[in-house]
Every structure is written in structure tokens, then in C-alpha cells.
Design a protein around this ligand. Structure first.
Ligand code: UT7
Length: 325
């Protein structure tokens, strides 16, 4: 019997040109390079230029993924952008990406699951592809998250950055006996009772403004490792794999200590963990595809590897996805 799977055809990313170091931030807010590196593991972050919007970052990442896959926009019929920072309240950033890629065909929409957005987007695309609603999906995590920051609040402004990453998924039918490929299993979770532990104090229906990020950092931290490992184990269980089978762990990049804690709890050797929080900071929905793009680009992730993606963030939302590359 044939098995329908969503396989990865390519990945790509884009980072704004401007880099802001910890030392530069320490000139305007009461913090230090030492505190940020010790507590979070961040050295620098990219910040979008004035007039550079989320859909611009997303489109650049999409073009890089298309190049990587050897495809053109004509080959894509679904675009999902995971973002918390769309250019406009509506239309969806995904439809702007569709326009910027010169597409008139297919369909496009955004998903909003904050830092878990890319994992939600990949899982959503997988369902659409498996249902036959599309043949090839462009899933993009893109954020101009720094636009939500209060640059006088040292508890949040040092943590985040801007960027975009993209992945192209294609529906294939695996023949009898053909080895497993593509998305093998996913697990998504949320619990809205935690909404005010990490939220933005604005929105079209409440204040009519975009608002600023507020976070009870230690509370989010307390939940993170347990929630991350729960969905990772659930995904492994569904697929009949164990932690030992994993070649790569590509986690959401919020805090090096959270990533180290999750890796240790899972029993993963550090060399199997992809870490980019030092150079990207927390780019919310863009963090996982940015990390993926780095690890594919430098040759670590190769065809045939078993890769676990995971993320956790505002909502709370959390999720994991297991992919045979
Ligand atoms: O992406 C979505 C998921 N988000 C996360 O996973 C983030 C989870 N939380 C965290 O990563 C950490 O909680 C933070 C990095 C946000 C904070 O680290 P922490 O070790 O939990 O520090 P804390 O909030 O307990 O603060 C410790 C001290 C405080 O000073 P006192 O009260 O001990 O005197 C803070 O005021 O550090 C102080 N502090 C800072 N000092 C220098 C807080 N921010 C800064 C700063 N620079 N930027």
C-alpha cells in the first residue's frame, strides 16, 4: 500500500543586515553583555531596517528556499506564514508574500501561535498536503519581533531579534517497501490559562494599538523544559522511534539554558543539538527554520537524517514535529 507523506524539498532564510550586539544595548538600558550571555546565551541579534516589513523578510526567505529546492513560485500552491508581527492586521502576511512572489494561483494564510508558529505551520501544511488540498507548500516563519519591544524594559528587550526562515514541503506517495521519508509524526498542544505569562498588551480589539511584549520570564522558564520534552516524547512514541534514533534536535531558540535543560532531560548529546540563539536571539516563529537553515547550510543535516523540531511560547502553545530528511 502506498503511503502519502510530506517531504522536505528545501529550506532557506533571511536575516536583516543590521546587527545589534549586547554591548550596544548596554549603552541604552541597564544590562551587560555578561548578564545576557550567562542567563540567556545571546551575543547579538538582527534588527529589521525602517520600512522593512515581515512580508519582505518572509519573501526573501521563501526565495532562498525555492533556490535551494530548485523550484519556482509556479511550483507552489500553498503558502503558510507563521508570524506574530504581520505587516497589517489584515490581509495575512502570507497573501503579501504570494503577491511579492508574483503568484496569482494557490492559496495563502497566516498562523498565529507565537514562538510555536513554525511547528504549527508545518503540521498544518502536512495535513493540507496529505488531504490533497495542495501539492507543494511553502511554510515560512517570519518576524519583525523587535517592533513589539519596549526598548526601556531590560527584562524583554535584550531577548528578541528579527528574521525569517522557510521550508518547502511536497506531497509524495511512497511505494511499498520504500523507506520512510518526510514528516513522520507531530504533536501540538496549547493551554490558554497561561496567556498572561507571555503576551502583548495591545491589539485591534482591545487597545487599537500593536502594544509591547510582557513576560513573566521565570514562570515561562519553569514550564518550558517539561512541556518541550512532553511533546518530543509523544512524537517519538507515535512513530515508534526513541531519542537514540535522533540525528538532530532543532529546538526553538529562546534561551540556551532551556535548550541545554531539554537536551539533558532527553539524554541527547550536545553535539546533536542545533543552537543559534547566540547569533539570532529569540526570533519567535522564525527561530526554528532559521536554525534549520544554518544546520542544512553547513552540511550537518543531510538526506536520511532523523530531525526533531520543537517549540514553546506564548499562549502557552507548544509542539514538536519529527521529520526524516
Ligand atoms: O520564546 C518564548 C518562550 N520564552 C522563553 O522561553 C523565555 C523564558 N524565560 C527566560 O529565558 C528567563 O526567565 C529570562 C532570560 C527571561 C530571565 O532570566 P532569569 O534567570 O529567569 O532571571 P530573572 O528574571 O529571575 O531575573 C534575575 C535578576 C533580577 O534582578 P534581582 O531581582 O535578582 O535583583 C532581574 O531584575 O536579573 C535582573 N535582570 C537583568 N539584569 C541585567 C533581568 N533582566 C536583566 C537584564 N540585564 N537584561
Amino acid at each position: 500500500m502506498t503511503r502519502v507523506r510530506s517531504i522536505v524539498r528545501g529550506v532557506g532564510s533571511y536575516l536583516p543586515q543590521k546587527i545589534v550586539t549586547n554591548a550596544e544595548l548596554a549603552k541604552t538600558v541597564d544590562t551587560s553583555d555578561e548578564w545576557i550571555q550567562q542567563r540567556v546565551g545571546i551575543k547579538e541579534r538582527h534588527v529589521a531596517a525602517e520600512g522593512e516589513f515581515t512580508s519582505d523578510l518572509a519573501t526573501a526567505a521563501a526565495r532562498a528556499a525555492l533556490d535551494n529546492a530548485g523550484l519556482t513560485p509556479d511550483d507552489i500552491d500553498l503558502i503558510i506564514v507563521a508570524t506574530t508581527t504581520p505587516d497589517y492586521t489584515f490581509p495575512a502576511a502570507a497573501t503579501l508574500v504570494q503577491m511579492k512572489l508574483g503568484m496569482h494561483h494557490g492559496f495563502a494564510f497566516d498562523v498565529q501561535a507565537v514562538c510555536s508558529g513554525f511547528v504549527y505551520g508545518v503540521t498544518t501544511a502536512d495535513s493540507y498536503l496529505k488531504n490533497g488540498l495542495a501539492k507543494r507548500a511553502l511554510v515560512i516563519g517570519a518576524e519583525t519581533f523587535t517592533r513589539l519591544l519596549d526598548w526601556t524594559d531590560r527584562t524583554t528587550c535584550v531577548l528578541f531579534g528579527d528574521g525569517a526562515g522557510a521550508m518547502i514541503l511536497e506531497r509524495v506517495e511512497l511505494a511499498d517497501g520504500e523507506p520512510e521519508r518526510g514528516i513522520i509524526a507531530s504533536a501540538l498542544r496549547s493551554d490558554g490559562h497561561h496567556w498572561d505569562k507571555l503576551y502583548v498588551d495591545g491589539g485591534p480589539s482591545s487597545t487599537g494599538t500593536a502594544g509591547h511584549v510582557h513576560m513573566q520570564g521565570p514562570e515561562v522558564f519553569r514550564h518550558a523544559v517539561g512541556k518541550i520534552t512532553d511533546v518530543v516524547y509523544k512524537t517519538l512514541e507515535q512513530s515508534g522511534h526513541t531519542v537514540d534514533d535522533l540525528d538532530w534536535f532543532v529546538p526553538h531558540q529562546a534561551n540556551k539554558r532551556i535548550i541545554d535543560g531539554a537536551g539533558q532531560k532527553l539524554g541527547l548529546p550536545p553535539e546533536k543539538v542545533v543552537m543559534t540563539v547566540d547569533i539570532h536571539a529569540n526570533t519567535s516563529a522564525a527561530s526554528v527554520p532559521l536554525a534549520l537553515s544554518v544546520a542544512v547550510g553547513d552540511g550537518r543535516i543531510k538526506q536520511g537524517d532523523l530531525v526533531m523540531l520543537e517549540a514553546m511560547g506564548g499562549g502557552f502553545t507548544w509542539g514538536a514535529s519529527l521529520i526524516r530528511w
